[in-house]
Design a protein around this ligand. Structure first.
Ligand code: PLP
Length: 426
């Protein structure tokens, strides 16, 4: 209560904005994940790794817009591309040159993608990919993983029901457990009716828990054996390693049939993308009679196409991606070192990670259920503590480093986490 009071005193303008919003938006909120108690701060402006609130406080942004903010705020090359596009006009309702170039850049990065389509969000990309898999295979069941997340379509709260609650017949298996997949799929009623396996190569929103590469390769085998489409949801993970996603680390025989992308690839603008094998994606070719329709007013909007193209062409080269990956690996090791002996555990891969309060040793965290029952009050306290120290992370402890995060930002962050642990050790 005392922490809430101090927070309210120091953020009066944010509070006023929040109160105003509650008049029109349920709980003052239009994106659930951004809410926290006692009220969320409002950001007025941002540049590089820093954001300034309406109350004039500065925060180092360790959330990086849940991975969409890879380039950092107001990155000049991205801004220039958007400004140029703006100066030529918006929403032509026609093809444009940047869409062809952005598509080519995406295809180059992800060799499993022969053809692709753009959407407005990662959610839409997954909806399209799953629907496509069902049409392609003429089968109906969709295997997903408990605690996985593929978009914000009416996610059920109770337990971990369906990770994307569109009206599909789901089989829900255990992450990092290929036997649980085989067991479900080999049941008589499923064996001939599996349209798709959809997997995050690292569980993202539910705690940054990497998939073992043997597990991902195992899924490839199960999918092939049963004639199902293997879909990698790399909406979050596509930045990892050398910017070719987790699939970039897997051998040819473990590649997915379809991949969904989103977030940073649109340069920070609304973005989604799905693509993969030619024989599947060609179903959309409008030159063919009976082609599948794919609508979306803003699918190829000029701002996203220009921003995305500039980012891939001029900024996020494989070398820059590799450096960012390594920076994340180092940060995770340092956080693990300062939290040794405490309940704080840090999972993740490269520049994506999650802080958890749990008694489960970090190496034993293989699925979201392994950290459920962790101490959420400590998590909330850490979140508020970091905000007060000027560090912006997700309430649930998720961190996505942007290219703008400096070594100094990292030192300060590690120190802040260290002092929290020191205060709350017991
Ligand atoms: N898939 C994954 C793995 C995600 O993390 C997200 C968003 O967090 C989505 C899909 C949905 O993307 P969007 O928020 O753009 O709809």
């Amino acid at each position: 209560a005392a922490a809430f009071e101090a927070f309210a005193d120091g953020n009066a303008k944010s509070k006023a904005i929040y109160d105003r919003a509650t008049e029109s938006l349920p709980g003052g909120n239009t994106r659930t994940v951004l809410f926290y108690e006692p009220f969320p701060i409002s950001i007025a402006s941002a540049r590089g790794s820093k954001m300034t609130s309406v109350d004039g406080k500065e925060y180092v942004d360790f959330l990086g817009e849940y991975t969409a903010g890879l380039y950092g705020h107001s990155e000049p090359v991205i801004l220039e591309a958007i400004t140029q596009a703006l100066s030529r006009g918006l929403s032509f309702g026609s093809h444009n040159a940047d869409e062809a170039e952005l598509a080519a850049l995406v295809r180059e990065r992800f060799p499993s993608i022969d053809l692709l389509r753009f959407t407005n969000s990662g959610t839409e990309a997954n909806l399209m990919a799953i629907a496509l898999a069902k049409i392609f295979t003429k089968k109906s069941k969709v295997l997903v993983f408990s605690g996985g997340y593929h978009g914000g379509v009416f996610l059920f709260k109770e337990g971990y029901s369906s990770p994307l609650n569109a009206p599909h017949e789901y089989l829900i298996a255990k992450y990092n457990d290929v036997e649980s997949v085989e067991e479900l799929v080999s049941k008589a009623e499923n064996a001939n009716d599996l349209a798709a396996i959809v997997v995050e190569p690292m569980i993202g929103s539910s705690g940054a828990i990497p998939g073992d590469h043997a597990f991902l390769a195992g899924l490839r085998q199960v999918a092939s054996k049963h004639g199902a489409v293997l879909i990698f949801d790399e909406v979050m993970t596509s930045r990892l390693y050398r910017g070719r996603g987790v699939q970039g680390e897997l051998p040819d025989e473990a590649q997915p049939d379809l991949t969904t992308l989103g977030k940073w690839i649109g340069g920070g603008m609304s973005f989604g993308c799905f693509g993969g094998k030619r024989e599947i994606m060609e179903l959309f070719d409008p030159r063919n009679p009976g082609a599948l329709a794919h609508a979306g007013t803003f699918n190829n909007n000029v701002l996203t196409m220009a921003a995305g193209r500039a980012g891939l062409e001029k900024i996020f080269t494989p070398d820059r991606a590799g450096e960012l990956h390594e920076k994340g690996e180092q940060l995770r090791k340092r956080l693990q070192a300062v939290s040794e002996g405490s309940l704080l555990k840090v999972t993740g891969c490269g520049s994506l990670m999650n802080l958890h309060f749990t008694t489960t040793p970090v190496d034993a965290i293989k699925r979201p259920q392994d950290v459920v029952g962790g101490n959420t009050m400590l998590g909330d306290l850490l979140h508020l503590f970091l905000l007060e120290k000027g560090y912006y992370v997700a309430r649930r402890g998720f961190i996505a480093l942007s290219l703008a995060i400096s070594d100094q930002d990292i030192h300060g962050f590690v120190d802040a986490v260290k002092s929290f642990i020191h205060h709350h050790q017991s």
